[in-house]
Ligand binder design. Structure first.
Ligand code: ATP
Ligand code: MG
Length: 468
């Protein structure tokens, strides 16, 4: 029963509301009962004071006995009560038979009450059973004082039925209102609980649909609260997942396409050799092409593995403080970039003290990659200018060439996987479009940034930083 949030909310709220409403109703009805009995006591006291007054008038001979009785009868009739004046003293109480008629009103306890009253006390009883009236009565006993002397008692009995029916009536109203309040709050709580739990259910359904591979629309966010936030985050996550899935598909499509081209070429040459289309004396040239294509395949597989290693976080840098100038001179002198058939001049302009905190091999890989690009995307005479300077907490590298440059609209894509600005040059330059993507990932792994500036036909400048 408590499994769903909806049930939890509903039941918890209902318990709270029921407890509050019933305690309130109980307190109200109890308070009403007390106040109505207090009122009755006051009104009986008022009657008693009137009776006291006429009793004195009777004693002074201003009223006849008949007039007194008539007065008491009509007063009793108006106030729905029976009024008695007893002239007696405490000794008379011992012979209680004389009090038979009065005694019937409230039974045995009356003698004690009378004794109390004769000792100048007022006795008020809320609900005592009266044999004479066969009902519960309210009873008030006050001392009868003639010339300030206690000469007896004034007893007033009033039926309790009027009071109880009024209390019952009031109770009905209170509990009626309580019931209506309960029904209304149940409806309100039901709607509210539904409002809280429904979006969670919608998110749950959407999550299940996504898990089963279905495409779902964004969840409509209707509130700004935590659940609204959850829906927003969910939408964000869903769209991110879709983006990743698209990237994955694109990646696979790219890889398969790029693998297929050299493989088709290798297969073509081998078939031609087997079928005798290529004469054995021309094998050398064919084998060379096959070898080049194989190299390309190997390079591409290595690059893909490298990239996925960096992106999955599996690549760990072993960083050390390096003097950049020394490292760069080393690269330029020893490798010279395999610049086949090209005249390459490299101008290095590096601050002596420029030091980075980097992985030596990876930094070398970055620089070789960028210098290679500059050579690859230039005509016969290649002029490369490398500027290195300390900048803030980093060292800034600027590698500038006078090559073919990159169109402005293509510049922003060059760091993406498999992107090549000029696809037709593919087979000639042998690029797979992974180089800059690897470089960018490596630089970011070091905590640096990379960007490029270029003008088609004039040259390209790649700028990157490595923290020092
Ligand atoms: P790979 O480096 O994987 O062998 P690639 O050189 O084609 O292949 P990237 O190094 O990632 O791939 O470069 C992406 C594209 O950006 C290149 O294909 C080229 O079009 C362009 N590019 C990169 N560097 C330069 C540059 N210095 N001058 C002109 N274009 C460049
Ligand atoms: Mg490259």
């Amino acid at each position: 029963m408590f499994k769903t949030i909806f049930n939890k909310l509903l039941i918890t709220y209902l318990i709270i509301i029921i407890v509050i409403i019933s305690s309130l109703s109980f307190i109200l009805s109890y308070a009403y009962r007390i106040s109505i009995f207090n009122e009755k006591e006051e009104s009986l006291n008022f009657v008693a004071s009137k009776v006291q007054k006429v009793a004195n008038e009777y004693n002074d001979g201003e009223l006849s006995r008949k007039e007194l009785e008539a007065y008491l009868n009509s007063l009793g009739y108006i106030t729905d009560s029976s009024i008695y004046i007893l002239r007696l003293n405490r000794n008379d109480l011992e012979n209680s038979e004389n009090l038979q008629e009065v005694n019937e009103f409230i039974g045995g306890s009356l003698i004690d009450d009378l004794d109390n009253v004769l000792q100048d006390n007022i006795v008020f009883r809320k609900e005592v059973y009266s044999e004479a009236l066969d009902t519960f009565v309210v009873f008030l006993g006050v001392p009868l004082k003639i010339n300030s002397e206690i000469q007896g008692t004034i007893l007033i009995f009033s039926s309790v039925s009027q009071i109880t029916s009024s209390v019952t009536g009031m109770n009905l109203i209170i509990w009626g209102i309580a019931f209506i309040a309960l029904v209304l709050s149940t409806i309100f709580i039901y709607i509210n609980s539904l409002r809280i739990s429904r979006p969670i259910k919608i998110i749950d359904d959407a999550a299940k649909r996504i898990a089963s591979g279905e495409n779902t629309k964004d969840i409509i966010v209707t509130s700004q609260d935590e659940i609204g936030q959850l829906a927003l985050t969910f939408n964000y996550m869903k769209n991110k997942l879709a983006e990743i899935e698209n990237m994955r598909r694109e990646f696979i499509a790219n890889v398969s396409h790029d693998l297929k081209t050299p493989l088709t070429s290798i297969n073509g040459f081998i078939e031609a050799m087997i079928d005798g289309v290529i004469e054995p004396e021309n094998y050398d040239e064919s084998l060379q092409i096959i070898q080049e294509e194989t190299f390309r395949l190997m390079k591409m597989t290595n690059d893909i593995l490298e990239l996925s290693k960096i992106q999955s976080g599996a690549l760990k840098l072993s960083r050390e403080h390096l003097l950049v100038k020394y490292l760069l001179e080393n690269i330029i002198n020893s490798t010279f970039m395999g610049a086949k058939h090209k005249e390459v001049s490299i101008e290095l302009n590096c601050q002596e003290e420029a030091k980075v905190y980097a992985d030596r091999d990876r930094l070398k890989q970055i620089l070789i990659n960028l210098i290679n690009n500059s050579i690859k995307y230039s005509s016969e005479r290649v002029c490369i200018k490398i500027d290195v300077a300390n900048k803030n907490e980093s060292v800034e590298f600027r590698i500038k060439d006078n090559g073919i440059g990159i169109d402005q609209d293509k510049l922003k894509f060059i760091f993406e996987k498999f992107y090549r600005a000029d696809k037709s040059r593919h087979s000639k330059t042998g690029g797979t479009g992974l180089g800059l993507s690897i470089v960018k990932n490596l630089i970011e792994l070091h905590g640096g940034i990379i960007y490029a500036e270029s003008e088609a036909g004039k040259g390209t400048e790649v700028i990157f930083t490595i923290p020092n």
